[in-house]
Each structure stands twice: as C-alpha cells, then as structure tokens.
Design a protein around this ligand. Structure first.
Ligand SMILES: Nc1ncnc2c1ncn2[C@@H]1O[C@H](COP(=O)(O)OP(=O)(O)OP(=O)(O)O)[C@@H](O)[C@H]1O
Length: 277
C-alpha cells in the first residue's frame, strides 16, 4: 500500500545554529533523512557529532532564543519547524516521543512520578485518572518495573537512573506515537534491562508500525535493531545506507574508521536470539 511506504518523518535541509558570545555557531549543517512506518533508522557518530542536538531540533525542544533551526521537519505531512510551543505540547508524547539520554531531564523533581505520568496520558487521551493509572502500571510492567503502583508514588530522586530511564521509556511508548526518537535508550541500563528495552521497542515497532530514530554509540545495538543507518560527523550526515550495506561496504572513510574502532559487537548471537525470541 502506498500509504505504508510514505514516510512519517521527513527531514530536509535541517540546520541548527546556536548563538554564543563569540557569535553564531553552526552545530548541524543541512542534513536530510526520512523515516518510514515500522522502520528503524540508526543514527551513529562520535561524541559531539550533533546527534542529540538533531533530536532536540526535531522535537522543537532547543531553547528558541538561543538557537536557530532552519529547514523542514515534516511529521505525518505537517511541518513542525517553527510551530508554536503550545501546538508542540500537543504533538510531543502523542505523535512523536523522545527517550532522552538523561532521564532526570524528563521529569520535574517536585512531583511524584505517577502524577506526571498520569497527567501526560490524560493530556493526550480522554482516559479517567483510574484508567490512566492502569495504563501507566501496565506500561511499567512492560519495561520490567515491578510494584508499579508503589513506584508511581515516588519522586524522581528516589529512583535509580536505570529505573527512571525505564519509566521514561514506558511513558514514551504507552501512547503509541508514530515516531519514537530514542537517544541512547539503553546506555544507563544493565544487560538484562537493555535487552528488555530493545525487545519492547521492537515490539512497539511491529505491533503499531512505530518508526524509530535510534541514536546509539553501540554499533552492536544498531546492527541488531536498525534497518538503515545514518552516520554523523561534525554536524553532517556523511553516509546513509541500508544496515547490511553500511556494515559490509562502508564507503566514507569516517564510517570505515568508526566500524574499525568498534571493540566488537556487544550483542552476541545468543543475546540477539534472546531479543527476538
Ligand atoms: N547550547 C550549545 N551551545 C554551544 N554548543 C553546543 C550547545 N549544545 C550543544 N553544543 C555542542 O554541539 C555539539 C554536538 O553536541 P551533541 O550533544 O548533539 O553531540 P552528540 O553527537 O549527541 O554527542 P554524544 O554522543 O556525546 O551525546 C557538541 O560539540 C556540543 O558541545
């Protein structure tokens, strides 16, 4: 079906500049990519290459006074770039969700997790408080968080980084957005929970046709999860290809260096089998 193959997210000529005391500093230079339903695009590149800045620009979460985002970000055919913050609040979470690198930034320290979780659900749905709490609990057990009703009463500082990361992932997936941007979603987790989260993302992709932009340092995770890969260097996408093509025949010298520098695939065939079984 034509509808199935049209992209949910189309990024064209995206540029990000920040204003510094020394003047304007370009961080992302004219990048293009698209995401189709149910596909995973891996975004890789060394630290500082602009992956997080790109994800924040897509979500329109960069400080507007201190930065400039140019180009086009079309989500389900609608332009996001320059959209009012009020509109973006309705779109974020419901249509596009961000799993951030640092989960502490995703929650306010002054409210219990549950209040924030339930309010987010209720902003985007017509569920009652009780139904929203049930949905929150079931989403939390999906990411291996037991005693979820107890957890919902806790404040962010009472949870470990890994637990908070899983709460954020549960919140991101529970509203079935068409696109999930996952910025290093498993970095803070131990191996068992990494597998759980990767499995969950894969299940969401399969069951709901969610498109995922997966940012990761871990080329093993990218090799297992991504259909296509874009390689970023100094704010530019220097190579973009199908995952097999990119790993087997990297064309750009930087991609070759990146692949040669990987210690080894951190996901063994046995672990990969665990993810998909
Ligand atoms: N507000 C800002 N002002 C100036 N420079 C910034 C600002 N935000 C980010 N940068 C710089 O932009 C570059 C890209 O940062 P970004 O966090 O996107 O990299 P990254 O590829 O996500 O790295 P990592 O993998 O370590 O998360 C870095 O050099 C960073 O220092």
């Amino acid at each position: 079906m034509a509808e199935q193959t049209s992209p949910v997210l189309q990024v064209k000529d995206l540029k990000v500049t920040v204003k510094t005391e020394q003047g304007k500093l370009p961080l992302v230079h004219s990048i293009d990519f698209e995401l189709k339903p149910g596909r995973v695009l891996g975004l890789v590149g060394e630290s500082g290459s602009g992956k997080t800045v790109t994800s924040l620009a897509l979500m329109q979460m960069l400080e507007r006074k201190a930065s400039e985002v140019e180009g086009s970000i079309r989500l389900n055919g609608r332009e996001l770039n320059g959209r009012k913050e009020e509109d973006m609040r309705r779109i974020r979470g419901k249509e596009v969700a961000l799993i951030m690198q640092n989960p502490m930034n995703a929650f306010s320290p002054v409210y219990p997790i549950g209040t924030q979780f339930i309010e987010t659900i209720r902003t985007h749905t017509s569920l009652s408080k009780k139904q929203a709490a049930e949905l929150a609990c079931s989403a939390m057990s999906d990411v291996n968080l037991p005693h979820s009703s107890e957890l919902l009463r806790k404040y962010p500082f009472e949870l470990s980084g890994g637990m908070l990361q899983r709460v954020m992932i549960a919140l991101s997936v529970c509203l079935n957005p068409s696109v999930i941007i996952a910025d290093e979603p498993t970095t803070a987790l131990d191996v068992t929970n990494q597998l759980q989260v990767l499995r969950l993302l894969d299940r969401v992709r399969q069951d709901h046709g969610t498109a995922i932009l997966l940012i990761s340092h871990d080329l093993g995770v990218i090799a297992e999860m991504a259909d296509d890969v874009a390689v970023m260097q100094q704010g530019r996408i220097v190579e973009q290809a199908d995952v097999f093509e990119l790993f087997d025949h990297p064309k750009h010298a930087y991609t070759q260096t990146l692949l040669a520098a990987r210690p080894m695939l951190q996901i063994s065939p046995e672990m990969a089998h665990c993810i998909w079984s």
